[in-house]
Write a protein that binds this ligand. Structure first.
Ligand SMILES: *[C@@H]1O[C@H](CO)[C@@H](O)[C@H](O)[C@H]1NC(C)=O
Ligand SMILES: *[C@@H]1O[C@H](CO)[C@@H](O)[C@H](O)[C@H]1NC(C)=O
Ligand SMILES: *[C@@H]1O[C@H](CO)[C@@H](O)[C@H](O)[C@H]1NC(C)=O
Ligand SMILES: *[C@@H]1O[C@H](CO)[C@@H](O)[C@H](O)[C@H]1NC(C)=O
Ligand SMILES: *[C@@H]1O[C@H](CO)[C@@H](O)[C@H](O)[C@H]1NC(C)=O
Ligand SMILES: *[C@@H]1O[C@H](CO)[C@@H](O)[C@H](O)[C@H]1NC(C)=O
Ligand SMILES: CC(=O)N[C@H]1CO[C@H](CO)[C@@H](O)[C@@H]1O
Length: 782
């Protein structure tokens, strides 16, 4: 302990002696109320809080780190590191390092044993890591990125995925995952688009809800992040300010959070780095206290993001650089209970602030109560040693079943954008296929939030296609074509020759990210956290590679392997087929092959609209009425120009709208019928229609329901997704689909800032994308 810290603790002990009647060395009776699992959570919290010294309280509100006692290079244990860390960072610790399973399990167990057996109160810790698409440790199951599985429109599978993440984490004693992300992918230049599910709040809310339910069913705590509005930073730059007002916040950003935090009962929330309308999210009293706690009744804790508290002074300028007291007052009193590491641990200023009367003890007590609530509800007081025996790890982590789930979710996430009939490929008739492109092989094109060196493990597109032809005479050739980061075309001739010689060419190009280590040492990438772009075009020689391959093989299938939309509309016009696979799972190549060869009939739908060009952004579908005027111009392939006005040489409409995605089947929709037409604001209206497979092969359609509030007192979205149903249909099969509309969710924040479901007509439209609406019907709120 440094002398400064010692000084602080002297003050702390002084204060604790008057705020807490109990001396720090008083022995806790075995039958203390808080130890009784049968007692109510509220009474356990009250009892435990009444026994805590100031030091013990502060220990709960700062995050520790396993590297304080585990040398993450050689695995050695440092006892004094553990003891020191557990003085003021007792409540939780981070374990997200690329180290052996055994190190994490061993040192987590050691820390929990220390807390339970060697500290007075025996409060176990939250053991934390990342997990937006897999438990962040080597050799765990890697699922596809959130933007990918958002396109599956399949919350049940996401719930299963989260269950796997929880099982794998718990196997090593990790009981808290910093996920899901329910920010909205509405600013496509932002590097973190891949971490979000969708541009749409309803879809994001449903998927976030499923994630939390799946994770917490296993008693692993979720952290819903980043509260709130984080996904739309100015210039698309990571952590930059977000602009908007109260109504924009409530209509656009908060619904997905409310669904995920409140309806799913998430056990923690993370505040965000950015400022919104001039208020940093980590110090936003209105959002963190008045809305989250006051209006929504949330009872668990909120943590900062890593280093997020330091930004209040150092970046947002709400105080002088390094002013720990100011940071603590800003964040803690706003309702941000825990300070994560990655910064300078401003909350160490708490004792001094209490001593001079700046901070009231009730504020700290409230924060501590919230963390204790998370722990009591999780049940970790009863089961603090959660890791499975070592001989079980291989059964639990990366089981065949989990890997199969990753493949299933991945192939359901793939979106077929164009198909002139070349797909599905007939694997029996096909004589040769050339697999081309920098994303086709050589590394796994994972999104961010995978552990160091993950890129070397997984099924690449080439592997997946090779797997199809393991026992066949079909010739599979591979040519890289170019490096993803280079303009160099010296490898083109080999790729062109391969494409010429083959019956079919599959060209895989796109964007790339990095694992958590490579990303932060700054290796080149075009997406991921803190990697933002000014253009959504293919980088380097990739576009020219596609052009050259298209010129020599008419049966060229282009695959975008990416973390966000790619804007190369000419490829849509010229490729025989275009497939979107957002950052894959470790089974990505198999999932892609499943779709290309028709062993899975694609059913993915875009969870994010594809603009034609970054200059036409934003492209999200739920724009407010009175926008998106169209008088399109164009520049044709031969260079001729057609002058329009919106835009002069492009269109304000997306190239592919939200909800779009083709199938190998065709479907017909009957007219939609509503169960009621005159309703009250608390009603549920059921929309019913029949969907039929009108093709010769089995397929799956995502029936989407959009609602428009026809006339309102404030400007409302032209339409909003309010329900969907994923329906599997055999060839010729017809099914009746029912989708419930919860009328209470159709309100507006009116001119008095009150939430009201207004009287009048609501138009319900049903279709297979946000732009392809097959039929409509209206109901009226009386
Ligand atoms: C951790 O171990 C490595 C290798 O033994 C050593 O070089 C390093 O100094 C150790 N780190 C600490 C913080 O002790
Ligand atoms: C062990 O931890 C203590 C206290 O944090 C630290 O001062 C010391 O350098 C650590 N020793 C090693 C070998 O890492
Ligand atoms: C992952 O598996 C590889 C190969 O079996 C092994 O070398 C490595 O140590 C494993 N990593 C972890 C964290 O288990
Ligand atoms: C990009 O990163 C790779 C390492 O992954 C490196 O080999 C290559 O030289 C880098 N290219 C550029 C242009 O930075
Ligand atoms: C592509 O198809 C067109 C039209 O059928 C044909 O004229 C052309 O020769 C084909 N090109 C190649 C490279 O196969
Ligand atoms: C619905 O309400 C309107 C009045 O707003 C009324 O004229 C009409 O008869 C009602 N229809 C039904 C089916 O109740
Ligand atoms: C194989 C099969 O039954 N296909 C049917 C799919 O649906 C269309 C339209 O209803 C029928 O014409 C096909 O026979």
């Amino acid at each position: 302990m440094g002398s400064l810290t010692k000084g602080l603790w002297a003050v702390a002990l002084l204060v604790s002696s008057f705020v807490s009647a109990l001396p720090a060395d008083s022995v806790i009776p075995k039958d203390a109320l808080y130890k009784n699992p049968k007692a109510s959570v509220d009474s356990r919290i009250a009892d435990l809080l009444s026994r805590m010294t100031l030091e013990e309280k502060i220990g709960q509100v700062m995050q520790g780190d396993i590297s304080n006692w585990l040398n993450v290079t050689d695995g050695t244990f440092n006892r004094s590191g553990l003891v020191d860390s557990m003085v003021y960072k007792t409540g939780q610790f981070y374990v997200g390092y690329p180290v052996e399973w055994e190190w994490i399990a061993r040192e987590t167990l050691r820390a929990q044993k220390y807390l339970v057996e060697e500290t007075r109160l025996g409060i176990p810790a939250l053991v934390q890591t990342e997990g937006i698409h897999g438990f962040l440790v080597g050799n765990a199951t890697i699922f596809n990125s959130p933007i990918a599985y958002g396109c599956a429109f399949d919350p049940k599978l996401v719930e299963e995925m989260a269950g796997v993440i929880a099982d794998e984490a718990l196997a090593l004693g990790v009981n808290h995952i910093f996920a899901p992300v329910v920010d909205l992918a509405r600013e496509l230049r932002f590097g973190r688009v891949e971490e979000m599910f969708s541009e749409d709040h309803y879809l994001s809310g449903e998927i976030g809800y499923a994630y939390v339910v799946g994770l917490q069913a296993k008693k692993v705590a979720a952290t819903v992040k980043h509260f709130a509005g984080f996904g739309t930073p100015e210039q698309g730059l990571n952590t930059a300010p977000v602009h908007g007002g109260e109504r924009e916040m409530r209509r656009t950003y908060l619904p997905a959070f409310k669904r995920t935090i409140i309806d799913a009962d998430a056990w923690s929330v993370m505040s965000a780095y950015h400022s919104y309308d001039g208020i940093p999210a980590a110090a936003d009293y209105h959002l963190l206290t008045e809305v989250l706690r006051g209006e929504w009744g949330y009872k668990y804790h909120v943590t900062t993001d890593a280093g997020g508290s330091d930004k209040l002074c150092n970046d947002h300028g709400l105080c002088e650089r390094g002013d720990k007291r100011a940071v603590t007052m800003l964040a803690l009193t706003a309702g941000n209970d825990v300070e994560m590491g990655g910064g300078s641990f401003n909350y160490r200023a708490i004792p001094g602030l209490l001593a001079d009367g700046t901070l009231e003890i009730e504020v700290l007590d409230t924060a501590v109560s919230r963390i204790l609530r998370t722990k009591f509800v999780m049940g970790i007081f009863e089961t603090p040693y959660q890791a499975a025996p070592q001989n079980q790890w291989k059964k639990i982590i990366h089981s065949d079943k989990s890997v199969a789930l990753a493949r299933r979710l991945d192939r359901e996430s793939i979106v077929l954008l164009e198909n002139n009939g070349v797909l599905p490929l007939d694997k029996k008739a096909l004589k040769s296929v050339a697999v081309i492109g920098p994303m086709a092989h050589g590394f796994m094109n994972y999104g961010d939030y995978v552990v160091y060196k993950s890129q070397y493990r997984g099924i690449t597109p080439l592997d997946g296609i090779n797997n199809v032809f393991k026992d066949s005479k079909t010739k599979v050739t591979y040519a890289q074509g170019c490096e993803r980061w280079s303009n160099d075309k010296s490898m083109f001739p080999e790729a062109i020759a391969a494409a010429k010689a083959a019956e079919v060419a599959v060209v895989v190009v796109g964007t790339w990210s990095r694992d958590q280590t490579e990303l932060w040492v700054g290796l080149n990438a075009t997406t991921g956290e803190h990697v933002d772009v000014h253009s959504l075009n293919l980088v380097g020689a990739q576009a020219d590679l596609v052009r050259e391959i298209l010129a020599v093989n008419n049966k060229t299938i282009v695959v975008f392997s990416s973390g966000k939309p790619v804007t190369e509309p000419w490829i849509s016009d010229s490729a025989a087929a275009l497939v979107q696979q957002f950052y894959p799972s470790e089974e990505g190549g198999n999932a892609l092959a499943d779709v290309l060869f028709g062993s899975y009939n694609p059913s993915g739908k875009l969870s994010v609209s594809f603009p034609r060009d970054v200059g036409t952004c934003p492209s999200y579908y739920d724009y407010l009425k009175g926008s998106r005027f169209v008088d399109a111009g164009a520049i044709y392939a031969d260079g001729t120009m057609k002058f329009g006005h919106q835009y002069v040489l492009s269109s304000s409409l997306p190239l592919y709208p939200f909800g779009y995605g083709k199938s190998y089947s065709t479907f017909s929709f009957s007219n939609v019928v509503l169960s009621k037409t005159n309703v009250t604001a608390d009603a549920t209206v059921t929309a019913t229609l029949k969907v039929k497979n009108t093709s010769k092969i089995a397929g799956t359609e995502v029936v989407q329901l959009y609602v428009t509030d026809k006339v309102a007192t404030v400007v409302t979205p032209n339409k909003e997704l309010k329900g969907f149903s994923k329906v599997a249909l055999k060839a010729g099969e017809e099914k009746t689909v029912n989708i419930d509309i919860d009328v209470s969710t159709l309100g507006v924040w009116n001119t008095r800032n009150k939430y009201v479901v207004e009287k009048g007509e609501f138009v319900v439209a049903v279709g297979d994308s946000s732009e392809s609406l097959k039929s409509k019907a209206s109901f009226w709120v009386l």
